[in-house]
Design a protein around this ligand. Structure first.
Ligand code: AP5
Ligand code: ZN
Length: 227
């Protein structure tokens, strides 16, 4: 892989593992966009598009949105000019069918996934993280009441916007999301391990330490950090 090859990295991990937090840091470091399927659904919902309204029911229950609409939405996002050099995929793929569709779409353009870091976190920690999460609606920065609090409670450090909690972070829905993750998404761990792409990263360390481990894992695969 040369320094100029488009770089596709898939962050795998349960809800609350820190995919979004780490995807933002990596996107900045590697100068390629974060492509987060959950964020794309929430943007659609904010704009009241038919896709957003369709996704809402599934998201409110903590279930997965059907593969066909999800795949179409992500492929359309990856085709935009800012993703020409690659992307950090966060929350996609989440089923084997999505993984196969992604592989096919990339292959058609002569591209492929470079590496799949799996951010591993215990179930108990996941629930604590989801329960304390607050998000900025403007810049999408994620805070946590205990682990990464904003300087002023309830206010974004970067732009002063009031923070909000995601409706699917209630304990009941978060538990359902975890169950769905174990049933439908966890099989991707073996799928990518079999392809030789999986790199396991301990997600119970500090945000900075997880970032360091991810950068080391990506560099070890010779992917994208030549400069
Ligand atoms: P989505 O938005 O993708 O949510 P998720 O996968 O459930 O992941 P989260 O965003 O909850 O967690 P995260 O891993 O990004 O953690 P974060 O960095 O925020 O999906 C939502 C819904 O959309 C789904 O339920 C589904 O309905 C639908 N959907 C999305 N994609 C789909 C797809 N491909 N197919 C079908 N349906 C789809 O961190 C969590 C908290 O922990 C934060 O407060 C953070 O500050 C804190 N934290 C992070 N790292 C650390 C650390 N190292 N130490 C201490 N605290 C930390
Ligand atoms: Zn903000």
């Amino acid at each position: 892989m040369t320094a100029n090859s488009p770089l596709y990295i898939i962050l795998l991990g349960a809800p609350g593992a820190g995919k979004g937090t780490q995807a933002r840091l990596l996107a900045e470091k590697l100068a390629i966009p974060q492509v987060a399927s959950g964020d794309l659904f929430r943007e659609n919902l904010n704009q009241q598009t038919p896709l957003g309204l369709l996704a809402k029911g599934y998201m409110d229950r903590g279930e997965l949105v059907p593969d066909d609409v999800t795949i179409r939405m992500v492929e359309e996002r990856l085709a935009r000019p800012d993703a020409e050099r690659g992307a950090i995929l966060d929350g996609f793929p989440r089923t084997i069918a999505q993984a196969e569709a992604l592989e096919q779409a990339l292959a058609q353009a002569g591209r492929r996934v470079a590496c799949v870091p799996y951010i591993k976190v215990s179930e108990q920690t996941l629930l604590l993280r989801l329960g304390g999460r607050w998000i900025c609606p403007v810049c999408q920065t994620t805070y946590h009441v205990l682990y990464s609090p904003p300087k002023v409670a309830g206010i974004c450090d970067k732009d002063g916007s009031p923070l909000y909690q995601r409706p699917d972070d209630t304990e009941e829905t978060a538990r359902n999301r975890l169950q769905i993750y174990f049933q439908q998404t966890a099989p991707l761990i073996a799928y990518y391990r079999d392809k030789g792409l999986l790199v396991e990263v301990d997600g119970e360390q500090s945000i900075e330490a997880v970032h360091g481990a991810l950068v080391a894992a990506i560099t070890a695969r010779g992917a994208g950090l030549a400069s």
